[in-house]
Design a protein around this ligand. Structure first.
Ligand SMILES: *[C@@H]1O[C@H](CO)[C@@H](O)[C@H](O)[C@H]1NC(C)=O
Ligand SMILES: *[C@@H]1O[C@H](CO)[C@@H](O)[C@H](O)[C@H]1NC(C)=O
Ligand SMILES: *[C@@H]1O[C@H](CO)[C@@H](O)[C@H](O)[C@H]1NC(C)=O
Ligand SMILES: *[C@@H]1O[C@H](CO)[C@@H](O)[C@H](O)[C@H]1NC(C)=O
Ligand SMILES: *[C@@H]1O[C@H](CO)[C@@H](O)[C@H](O)[C@H]1NC(C)=O
Ligand SMILES: *[C@@H]1O[C@H](CO)[C@@H](O)[C@H](O)[C@H]1NC(C)=O
Length: 409
């Protein structure tokens, strides 16, 4: 024990001198699970919606160094520490020095740069024509994949949310499905569904009802009303983010505290194409630093607003509508991987394109073979998601199917 302690002091001192602090996120890894080529590192789960997201850090720092996080909001007042779970030290979350999570101490296991996917997809949901049978879909928007590879689908034109269990031949209705309408048990063109794994509920952008609604075991609760919601996501601190196409803004709410307005975190300066404006914000993504990525649908660009920014930066597209590699044409879903690479469902180009921040153009990941129904084609792709093995799923809107593009390892 003493040697470990001394060792950790030394490492700590060395690292206090370096100023890099580039840490690695570990997803779908157990607490203390392997996350680095350095076996002295392990995954520390962070506090948040998903217990399977963590930060990869040196494991053997003496517990006596670690103060508890602020119990009211899990913040850390000590500089350069972050709140993590460390049950071997304390059953309350503790503040861990970010220097101990630097990639120079805990190098990533493999370089996930330049991942590629098979160009012919497998249909994992729908694909049986448009309709309302349980094995069918009708113009799907957002999708959510949980850690067991179950697929949750905003089956928009069927006014329902369906769950297709891993490898299932048909889905089950888990919300709506009671016709189009505004009763509590009805939905009206839902656009996005997310799963709150902490209390087993689902949260839905119930678009034409202009509300965000939570379903827990067939019990509904309206979270936000009178909002032209489209995109919806939650960050690891359980803040909810909603894109509002009426206000041309993205707003943030703390779970359980739904005042009328929320906090505007992007846009809100009228419709337009300035850097502080949006024009029909669609899907959104929030990264570990609470930067918000917005597919700015009618500006044919993806914007990134870092936390507390007054304006965004263009991180994809922004060169007018079109099909060149430096252009987008009505972008829908946007997701960002652990390396900060940005994946966009480029709706009218029928492709998924990947951009790296700062680059002048993107590269086609899948699709881009014209509008169609072949396994290598898409028809106005909307939702996007990865599963825990980096397979890429696309909500292939016009083909009424969910396509899985397998990663090539
Ligand atoms: C925190 O880290 C930054 C760089 O990551 C460094 O510049 C700063 O001095 C550190 N603050 C303290 C109090 O150690
Ligand atoms: C903990 O956080 C709350 C809310 O942000 C704040 O009011 C309080 O002062 C914090 N406590 C400490 C000890 O920092
Ligand atoms: C798909 O949904 C739309 C809108 O709800 C409806 O008009 C159409 O008939 C549906 N298509 C089928 C094949 O059920
Ligand atoms: C998340 O982790 C905490 C601490 O390990 C545990 O108390 C809680 O039940 C977990 N939640 C879920 C949804 O697994
Ligand atoms: C929902 O129902 C399931 C099965 O009946 C139960 O195990 C679970 O605890 C319920 N969840 C909530 C939040 O009530
Ligand atoms: C889900 O969790 C949140 C935050 O802990 C809480 O506010 C909400 O009431 C819970 N919902 C249900 C249905 O239990």
């Amino acid at each position: 024990m003493n040697t470990i302690r001394i060792h950790s002091y030394i490492v700590f001192i060395i690292l206090s001198i370096s100023v890099q602090n580039k840490s690695q996120i570990c997803k779908n890894t157990p607490q203390y699970g392997e996350c680095s080529t350095n076996s002295a590192c392990g995954c520390f789960h962070m506090i948040g919606a998903n217990n399977d997201t963590g930060i990869c850090g040196f494991r053997w720092l003496a517990c006596s160094h670690l103060l508890l996080c602020n119990s009211s909001d899990n913040s850390c007042s000590q500089p350069n520490t972050t709140c993590v779970q460390h049950p071997q030290c304390n059953h309350f979350p503790v503040c861990y020095p970010v220097t101990m999570t630097d990639q120079s101490i805990c190098p990533p296991m493999k370089n996930k740069n330049n991942l590629k996917w098979k160009q012919n997809a497998i249909t994992v949901a729908g694909g049986n024509g448009q309709g309302q049978q349980l094995n069918q879909l009708n113009l799907t928007h957002g999708i959510f994949i949980d850690k067991n590879k179950n697929i949750f689908i905003a089956d928009s034109y069927n006014h329902r949310i369906v769950e297709w269990k891993y490898n299932a031949k048909e889905g089950q209705v888990i919300a709506g499905g009671n016709g189009q309408g505004d009763r509590m048990d009805q939905l009206n063109y839902p656009s996005v569904v997310i799963v709150d794994q902490q209390n087993h509920s689902i949260i839905i952008a119930d678009r034409w009802n202009r509300r965000v609604i939570q379903w827990t075991n067939q019990t509904q609760q309206i979270l936000i009303e009178n909002i032209d919601c489209y995109g919806l996501t939650m960050d690891r601190n359980r803040f909810l983010y909603v894109s509002d196409q009426g206000k041309q803004a993205v707003s943030r709410w703390k779970m359980g505290e739904y005042n009328n307005e929320g906090t505007v975190v992007a846009g809100g300066n009228g419709e337009g194409d300035e850097l502080n404006q949006l024009k029909t914000p669609a899907f959104i993504f929030v990264d570990e630093d609470q930067s918000v990525y917005i597919s700015d649908w009618n500006n044919h660009r993806v914007m990134k607003w870092i936390r507390d920014a007054k304006e965004g930066t263009v991180v994809a597209g922004g060169n007018g509508q079109g099909g060149d590699l430096n252009q987008l044409y009505h972008p829908q879903a946007v997701i960002v991987d652990d390396l900060g690479q940005i994946y966009v469902a480029d709706q009218w180009n029928n492709r998924v394109i990947r951009w790296c921040e700062g680059k002048q153009e993107g590269e086609i990941v899948v699709g881009g073979n014209g509008l169609g129904g072949h396994p290598n084609q898409l028809n106005y792709p909307h939702g996007l998601s990865f599963d825990n093995e980096q397979n890429l799923y696309v909500a292939d809107f016009g083909n009424d199917r969910i396509q899985k593009f397998e990663v090539i390892l």
